[in-house]
Design a protein around this ligand. Sequence first.
Ligand SMILES: O=C(O)CCC(=O)C(=O)O
Length: 295
Amino acid sequence: MSSYADVPAGAVPEADAIARYRRDGFLVLRGVLGPKLVRDCIEAIGGLASGRIPRTETEIGFEPGVDAAGLAPDQRQDHIRKFAYYVGDAPALMAAAMAKPLHDALDRLVGTGRVLFQDMALIKPPRIGGQKDWHQDAAYFRVSDARLIVGSWIALDPASRENGCMEVIPGSHLLGPTAHVAKLDPNQCHIRRDLIRADRKVAIELAPGDALIFSSLIHHYTAPNTSGLRRRALQFHFNQLGMDWTTLEDHRRDFHDERGEYAGCTVQPAPVPPGQEFRYRSDRAIPIVPRADWG
Ligand SMILES: O=C(O)CCC(=O)C(=O)O
């Protein structure tokens, strides 16, 4: 059973849910993707993994230590940590990013007028899917105002404590930028341990098609998947119009800790071996065209 209130499928957030989103930094929307779209997204993820669907822009990252070259096409999906930048390669995945129930809810929660700037699929494969340590997504985005970003994490499989669902600390977004400990592998960058209030965490268990909407400043985490269950999810980040991508210098000024030191994850501890530099895309701004026709 969930220990948080949610918005039922087919409904939009009303005043009380909007107030909760602002107070807690997250809100669960049930059933933003219908069963057919969930099935077609799963099919698309499998196709991109195996190579059956050509990848023009989609990037794939394997779990650490995986020898991708030694895998047969149909084994690849269960070794992938994440996909990025895929919406142009699979119509079902674009339809998920544009789902009308999602955008109707976002219009109420954060206002109208936004673009999609990041599309990821987090796969956390059975038994080998690693943790994602406590972090704020805003630590990864060199932007002028992280409060204009909203994240949406949509389950394709049932997501539970057993297979590593999202866990959040309600209200942590109100603390603003929080000091992170930089790592050579930016995926391992995490909030300074003494600043994580894990005793307050809430596990967000979702059914396929449900979405967790969250502030880019909320502290969140996912545990390793030690189960035999898949836990595939789509994650979209949108920014409201008016946000700018900035330089590192500007991000240092906006995203710092209590001593004035840079708190984000976009600077790795030196020396950084060539080819392993932090990469990010500030060039993506896909217009939102809501659609409700997929089923
Ligand atoms: O789905 C996951 O395991 C982690 C998602 C997440 O927090 C992220 O990618 O920033």
